[in-house]
Ligand binder design. Sequence first.
Ligand code: IPE
Ligand code: IPE
Ligand code: MG
Length: 248
Amino acid sequence: MSKLKELIDKERLPRHVAVIMDGNGRWAKKHGRPRVFGHKNGVQSVRETSEAAAEIGIEYLTLYAFSRENWKRPKLEVNALMSLLVDTLRKEINTLNDNNIKLEAIGDIKKLPAKSYTSLMEGIENTKNNSRMTLVLALNYSSRWEITEAARKLSEDVKKGIIDPQNIEEGNIISRLETNRYPDPELLIRTSGELRISNFLLWQIAYSELYFTEKYWPEFNKEEFYKAIIDYQSRERRFGLISEQIKT
Ligand code: IPE
Ligand code: IPE
Ligand code: MG
């Protein structure tokens, strides 16, 4: 068994870990290959990270797979990513079921190409009874879009007289976000050395611990995931209080 895995305190696990899977293109370039080769190799890291998370007892793992901004990439790359999604979903459904992992998605998924949307919905349907962990794919997702949509839905409810603007509180926004059925991520991981959020879960990471690694996504594996969890467990989450208040 992995030495790192043994160092993880099972009593202090994050319930929800979110990951910005970045660096596929640079990893491919480093190996003198086209960007798509990097995306293909990133699938193995998705598999390893999902298994590692499920094995240690993480309840929710959210992976940023495609942003609304990513449509602006070269058409060839966008098409390759969309067909990779279809292939991967079809191939991995059995593994998800073997591992008792439920698949869900956040984002404007109805606007995905029909084939991608259909295989995503099949994956969600075929794993809906699994209960060990929920794997959430962020697809055609952006946080500002999600918050704007929440504002629109809330305005409609105000217009209908369901809510009085005077009574609007955080909960009314939270319940209208794509993530309304998940707790906020306690830990956010970004690979590839970039130190930014790129329009991911802006509302939900208000108090998340951030973990950045230089590893490119195709290099990320179980051991790297354990490292991130151990690092998270070394931190003191204060939520605006002082250290002494946390310890009592
Ligand atoms: C992440 O890797 C995958 C997606 C955004 C779909 P990139 O494709 O962004 O790789 P880099 O950042 O260009 O190396
Ligand atoms: C963020 O990575 C989006 C995903 C991982 C899907 P990007 O590579 O698109 O982000 P930027 O462009 O470096 O900010
Ligand atoms: Mg990138």
